[in-house]
Design a protein around this ligand. Structure first.
Ligand SMILES: [Zn+2]
Length: 418
């Protein structure tokens, strides 16, 4: 089965907005309650709580006097919340995402209908008491509708993300074709080596312009008095610019990842340890803004769809310090050094281009290793990779399954920026 997500804008009536607000509230309350309960249980017993253990708490809550109102909520929304929370936990423990966070009513609101949603022309029919909501469906929904996630942004807009399943399978994955290594950085968003040449891709200038605008509006908002009318107005303005920034950033990430996946069969990147890097405070904002995590997720699922291969190499791999020509390893390579000359073979290197070449070579080494270890076949590796270095027993990862579909394919969602 192939999964597709289409995100459309919806226009609930005032009455429906009230209705949706109640459901958002239920979903948010249950998420926070279940998250807190999981954390406490873990502290006491050293064990987490699974989906069914969490769902088993619901009947008692619906009976208890102070949480009786949960019973008015469409029950499948609560079940879907539980599933999303346990998926978030899983993604965290498998190193793909941050620890799940508590939800606030000031952030984007969202909830999921796991079934019983009908998509008609210009109308989405939600189960429960909401009913038919006007929608602008810009392209036909293919296959069978599975889940629909409804969200409300701080700017006041409503959206529905429709996940559908289409008959068919992703092609078998193969490494036959072009292989590229990508160095993700702050100076350039991505530096790509295909083995013979290096290309650099920067964040588009209009995004930087929007970002400056956002900063200005945020500063203005900070000067407004709490609870004042103009504060409320400015808050909405900030939310709007924020949405524009993340939409155009996501658009850029989609275009670049599509281009790279169309032109290549294997993409090698470094496993990003955002947590470790965020400790360095100066880098923190740039990292969360750069959207690297979103970009690698886009690459991973687009490659999976075409039967390509996404290879993550260990983050301890010294991609910047290694000479890609003779593999001499420098002791130090401070961030401000943009060019350097190898003391061993005399090759002059551009910092990022050299790192991308090393990342590519390391990816090829890992694929060959995996192929030689898998009995009876494995991956056919034919890319010109004479530059493969000897094995040094580092951890690596051939990642082929992407994370939660909602996080992957929804265009126009503010992603890495809380
Ligand atoms: Zn060298």
């Amino acid at each position: 089965m192939l999964r597709k997500v289409v995100k459309v804008r919806i226009y609930p009536t005032v009455e429906q907005q009230v209705n949706l607000a109640q459901s958002f509230g239920c979903s948010r309350w249950w998420w926070n309650y279940a998250l807190n309960h999981s954390i406490e249980t873990y502290k006491e017993t050293g064990k987490g709580l699974g989906q069914s253990a969490l769902n088993a708490l619901l009947p008692a809550l619906k009976k208890a006097e102070e949480t009786k109102w949960l019973g008015d909520c469409y029950s499948q929304i609560l079940q879907a919340t539980t599933l999303n929370l346990t998926t978030a936990y899983k993604n965290f423990f498998e190193g793909r995402a941050r620890f799940p966070r508590f939800k606030s009513k000031n952030d984007k609101q969202s909830m999921q209908y796991p079934q019983n949603v009908k998509v008609l022309v210009d109308i989405i029919k939600l189960p429960g008491s909401v009913g038919e909501v006007k929608a602008s469906i810009h392209r036909p929904i293919q296959g069978k509708v599975k889940t629909v996630t409804v969200s409300k942004y701080p700017s006041g807009k409503y959206f529905a993300s429709i996940l559908s399943e289409v008959e068919g399978d992703n092609p078998e994955s193969s490494a036959e074709g072009n292989i590229i290594g990508i160095d993700l950085g702050l100076k350039h968003f991505a530096v790509v080596s295909d083995g013979s040449k290096v290309s650099k891709f920067d964040n588009p200038r209009h995004i930087r312009k929007h970002e400056r605008n956002l900063k200005r509006k945020q500063q203005k908002l900070a000067r407004k008095k709490n609870g004042s009318k103009s504060r409320l107005k400015n808050k909405r303005l900030v939310a709007k610019v924020h949405e524009r920034v993340s939409n155009s950033r996501q658009d850029f990430l989609h275009k670049l990842s599509t281009k790279l996946v169309n032109d290549n069969q294997v993409v090698v990147v470094e496993n990003l340890n955002t947590k470790g890097m965020v400790l360095n405070h100066n880098l923190a904002k740039s990292i969360s803004d750069a959207g690297w995590g979103m970009f690698t997720n886009f690459l991973a699922y687009k490659l999976e769809r075409k039967g390509g291969m996404f290879v993550e190499i260990d983050r301890w791999f010294p991609s910047s310090k290694l000479c890609s020509n003779c593999f001499y390893q420098m002791g130090e390579m401070p961030l401000d050094v943009r060019e350097w000359t190898c003391p061993h073979c005399g090759t002059h290197h551009d910092r990022d281009g050299n790192a991308a070449m090393n990342i590519r070579a390391e990816g090829i080494r890992i694929i060959k290793l995996a192929a030689s270890q898998s009995v009876g076949g494995g991956f056919p590796v034919t890319a010109g990779g004479g530059e493969v270095r000897p094995k040094k027993g580092r951890k690596s990862n051939l990642r082929r399954s992407p994370t939660i579909p909602e996080a992957l394919t929804v265009p126009g969602t503010p992603g890495q920026c809380g």
